[in-house]
Design a protein. Sequence first.
Length: 372
Amino acid sequence: MFVFIIVLLVAIIVGLIIYNSVVYTKVQNFKNLNEKLSGYQILKDFMDTIGEDIPVDEKIKKINDIIIEGYGIKYSTIVIFNGEEYEIKATNVQEKHWDVLTNLHNEDIFKDSISTANPKYVTVNNENEKLPYQKLEFGRAKSALFFPLYIDNVYIGYWIIESGQMHAFDNTDTTNLELVRDNIVSIYKTVSYQNVVENIVRKDLYSDLYSAEYLYGKGKKVIDEFTTSTVCMFKIINLENINKEFNRETGNQVIIDVCDYIKESMSNEYIFVRYMGPKFIIVFPGVDIQGVDEFITDIKNSVENLQIEPVYEEDEENEENENVDESEENASVKLNIALTTYYKGTALEMVTKKLEEYIDSADTNESQITNI
């Protein structure tokens, strides 16, 4: 009887051990599944942020906020080398600590991490210690994980997460965080192209208009507030002849006068840029082609009636004037114009390319208004 009770107790204990093991496995599986689902949601939030029509710096800051909220991280900082210096792209740390955070690449404790591309974990063992890279601060962070960032094996900066607790990341599976790091790199690589577009926008010297890149950055934000818009490209088809018959200075004056006249005639809500050389673009946000027909016709007639005085250097003025026929004392302009419809969400650059292809393939003497 006693033996039976012992056997029964052993069986119960073994059964409980097996049951606990099964429950533990299920809990772990559920935890892993939950972490995966959280990871997928964070990744989805990343992708949604990339697609948003906001500046690059705002995207990176929003991504950092997603990381902080999604993983319950106390502090998160993304630092990028911009070619001249290390710059904080996103952080929730107070500004007084930024100087320290932008100089972590100089800390011996992180140099090996940067050279090997492996994360580095640092922590303190008592409340009176401070992390090796901290200068004056004690209470803010007690542990940190440092991740160097690379694009195509080129070091570009780092991402560091911090906690106010000691040994906060002792049992952290860095696999998920390394995936986040990789996503940060991928996202930065993607938005860097947007950054190029945003930063290469210039104003043309003669027309005082933005370059075509403006259309695909700030301009597109305005255009995409409407479902459809009209895009107009016009070309000064005789600009090259004006340069030859008079001089390049007169050609430049033609551009100045034509653009000044159009700017004075059009609403500030319209977008006017110098596309390339003698080609210009006007976008009418929210206006259909029929709505701009009369305006474009008036502009064409008025611009082609402009009489633009030649520009000569003082010492060449008499000689140049002698070579110009009296009937051609002033320069006049001929325009060829093409219009089409842009639909929100489609590729604006493809629309402008279609207009350019038409303008460039047209007869060199074609001077009309064409809807395509």
